[in-house]
Design a protein around this ligand. Sequence first.
Ligand code: FES
Length: 153
Amino acid sequence: MQIKDEIDKQEKSGEPAGTVFEPKIVAFCCHYCAYAAADLAGSMRIQYPANVRIIRTPCTGRLEVGYFLKAFENGADGVLVAGCLEGGCHFQEGNLLAKKRVNYTRKLLEEIGVEEDRLRMVNVSAAEARPLADNIIDMVKTIRKLGPNPLKG
Ligand code: FES
């Protein structure tokens, strides 16, 4: 329903059909919570934009700065890192480590002229399908405003 509302808004904005920028977003989702939440969203028929490509990772703590940069280098317009709630990581502090790496990478991105808002971290539990979908929708909106990744050829 929400996606339909978004599309309706675009149509009312006067943009000709097919001219709205559709960003490519890579979402690194930890297996235990975020991936399970995305799966639950599917089971509950909660829709989120098809702009997102989900990559399952054992824990967000496994993700290194190079992974985020590589995603941008390979054409992603945005990168979402979705892990367990703080205090709920199945590997104790993996999500806290990921948070530090995401914040560090955001600074790096700013230094090379890429908007830091293209990289975001969210924390959800396995039951939070709706908040995850809302975060994805919000991320798509943000990236649409920012436009294509300037690192793209
Ligand atoms: Fe989910 Fe570590 S297991 S963030």
